[in-house]
Design a protein around this ligand. Sequence first.
Ligand code: MN
Length: 513
Amino acid sequence: MKRREVIELARQIYDEDQLAELEHAIDYATDKHAGQKRKSGEPYISHPLAVAHTLIEWGMDIDSVLAGILHDSVEDTDATLEEIESLFGHDVSFLVDGVTKVSQARAGMRDLGSYLPQTKDNLSKLLIAVSQDVRVIIIKLADRLHNLQTLQFLPPSKQTKVARESLEVFAPMADRLGMGRVRMQIEEISFSYLNPKEFQRLKTLMNKRLGKSTRKLGAVRVEVERELKKQGVSFEVSGRVKNIYSLHRKLKKVDGNIEHIYDLMALRVIVADKETCYRVLGILHAMYQPMLNRIKDYIAVPKPNGYQSLHTTVITPNKQIVEFQIRTHGMHEYAERGLAASFHYHEEKGKKGYTRNKSTAHLPAELQWITQMQEVAARLRDGEEISQKQLDIDLFGDRIFVYSPNGDIYNLPEGALPLDFAYLVHSDIGKHAYSCQVNGKIHAFDKPLHNGDVVEIMTRKLSQPKQSWQELVTTTHARTKLRMQLRKLGIIETVSNAAAIIRDKAIRKKTKH
Ligand code: MN
């Protein structure tokens, strides 16, 4: 990557002052890294330039781009944070510090296959960095992506190590942030190094299959375009090909038979608004026979990372199976860029409220886990012990969505219990909970919630939390709130038991009616 390419791209986006800052940062970093080379033999500065270029492409704010330029300078040169702060401001130095800390945490992680107790501290550093500003992770992803793109210059043993770590930590991280395109890029490159034979085999298999179906799919596409035009819908259609790694994962589920994979190639229809999405779905279903169990409404019920789209798989009259993905431009942008989309300079110009602990203030419900993650990090900072199991549940586990009776959406880890929900809604609701209904039916406090459940917590002013509830919460958030309340109330076991009996009677009474 050349200085000129970065500046040219930046010129289309940032204003004069910001451009001047960028040039200043590039000069500074070039000077500091002078004489250093990448394994490829290129001058070292080509790497920070590539990272900054990616961050600009992702539409990140100028501070992130500056931090991208400077991200390796504190660790690898005699540059100091103080100097960076005085030259480029506190926000930039803060981001650089965050990225450096994450790098150190990673360097300390010897064996990622089992990042258990000895690396807890490192993982916690990662969390702390995230907790303070999620842009740190986005910069880190750009850094990792370029390191993967230049992986051929490293010795094989290192290649495998970097690839495995990317697949196990960075791809899920990108996915968590809704950054679909980056996740795919990371998976694709990592997989090609970890399992080159299988990667090649699947690539060949895929190409063979695609060759067969592309022409047929073209005919369907023309037919659909004609019909949508006739119905007065304005739209864009494009084909999307499944990536090799997700094909690999899916093949494992269907006994390796590629014939059983219906979405090798899908047609993506992008329209102006949500209503039109449903209209297009209706038009498609009037044209073709939909496969009933393959209609997915991720608009009404987004995926846990915020992804939205309608999916449907149809069978054409000549028995071709085609998947369609229907979404608005906004949903498409989010599907590709995820959280990075919300840092776009246009929205951020003149307001800096998204930094630090406020960084999640405007996050959509689907990304509530970030707030929850911040709480975990805060507790780690306070020196509290948190088990690996708890971290896995809070951070890396699958997520579900549940609703309050008035339709508010809440995001919880899979396996969450009613009291986790109660404490997420409000700590007072948790405190005074005495029974719970799920989808209109009484639901015991020890039974997990499921995706799509409508959960109602019945409260009573006199009802109080009890010690035994510690077995009835799974999230760090609920556990923290509950413990605080128990401590405050000075509740002891015997009292809790008495309360439990009273509550159980109340539930039994209610069930009888
Ligand atoms: Mn780097």
